[in-house]
Ligand binder design. Sequence first.
Ligand SMILES: [Cu+2]
Length: 121
Amino acid sequence: MNTLLVNAGGIALMALVVWWFWLWRPRQLAHAQEGAIDITVAGGVYDPDYIEVKRGDKLVLRFHREDPSPCAAQVEFHGLGINEALPVGKTKTIELTPEQAGLFRFTCQMQMYQGKLRVVD
Ligand SMILES: [Cu+2]
């Protein structure tokens, strides 16, 4: 019985890994060279939730938080040292110039809201 539970947990974990690395598709892609990017925070999703920027280019993100739940209160860019509060009904501008290529996640503090920032060479 215990083995069965452990296996079920392992399969669930594998499914999560598969989903995250292979099945996840962006809802909407935004390119930084088109200027400042407006991101709506509502209904459990960032829109757009996939942002592409060239390394060394300045990125201006304007977060518009419509979701009043505490879940959406903060946005954290993992690996970039950015963690900012998002006031409800106001625009929060976050500027960054990524110096390192790679794929960086941005999430709320509970990681329910999920987005990705891709920095290309
Ligand atoms: Cu959250």
